[in-house]
Design a protein around this ligand. Sequence first.
Ligand code: ADP
Ligand code: GN1
Ligand code: MG
Length: 373
Amino acid sequence: MNEADNVRAVGLRAEALHAIAAQFQFRGQASTFAPHGNGHINDTFLVTCQTAGAPVRYILQRINRNVFHSPSAVMQNIERVTAHLAAQLAHEPDRARRGLTLVPARDGSNWHVDAQGDTWRAYHYIENARSYETATSVAQAFQAAHAFGHFQQLLASLPAPRLIETIPDFHHTPKRFAAFEQAIAADVKGRAELAQPEIEFALAHESIAGSLLGAGLPERITHNDTKFNNVLLDDTTGESLCVIDLDTVMPGLALYDFGDMVRTTTSPAAEDEQDLSKVTMQFPLFEALVRGYLSATGGFLTAAEKEFLAFSGKLITFEVGIRFLADYLAGDTYFKIHRKGHNLDRCRTQFKLVGSIELQEGKMNRLVESIAG
Ligand code: ADP
Ligand code: GN1
Ligand code: MG
């Protein structure tokens, strides 16, 4: 695909992107825009700017208003979070690659609202690093978990006020379950009959939905979207460099983050894999996640939090599974899809992974106990 085709693929013309780019304090002249990454929500572009010297690259993103009802709240949180992280990392080597840095708009604000009312923001592109859709080694799993744990630790000292909840009840699994039940009852696309086994699996697991909320765990500042592809690993060393995708950083439970790492890091299969025999919870990767996460958070996690580490993987995988299923039933209005039945395929991998975790849960708990005491 050439640039014009690429850009058309997300419904934006090159001229429109040039006009948006002109609103930001980029160095040089923006020359190309390429859709970037595999996110389900926002639109992300890699912008290359020509300068007198080497080209300079940026990430330009349009926030999805259907999902984030107050993009300015998202940006206010991100301003505070990136500034706090930058202050904490000020003495680290290579600090500019260890945290995201917003590029201000021409008017000095950290975001731009276009004529359609859409909110845009830009970050400096972190070179010689990348994110991966799936983990291929225990070292990568350890690195990612250490990075997300370190992120929680650094944000524990964020001064008041409390961050804004950009999506209220984002990880409130019982409310997610109620929304799923409503989607079955409405069945607006007549798809419920096509998803009977998945609906039955979900209904049979309802009892786990409230377990974390009922465990009296402390509120912390959490990332809430700790997919393996939301951490950049250094191309040369393989070391975790930077946690990205900060739209959902807000008050939450530490285990929402650990659970989403288990969901996205332990299976060798893609989230939308259609061959379910490939979906499995690989125990050595779970062990690497526990060790990596505790290497950064062991000093502040409570005994109750540690006790639920394995369970959180099952719960968050289940939660995301019912969200995909509810969206499939509702006609694919939330997550971007790229083929017919895409959300149902995604739901199936999640439920397969829940089953795989269930088979190994006793062993997973014994491992956590042996490491965390
Ligand atoms: P989405 O919400 O669409 O998932 P992300 O913020 O995660 O958007 O960005 C999409 C991809 O772009 C990431 O997976 C990562 O590979 C890349 N990316 C995002 N920000 C940067 C950055 N500042 N430097 C380098 N790569 C980045
Ligand atoms: C979405 O934007 P992305 O792809 O990182 C979603 C997460 C889900 C994830 C499932 C704001 O994340 O909650 O876990 O898809 N983000 C939002 O892959 O809903
Ligand atoms: Mg992302």
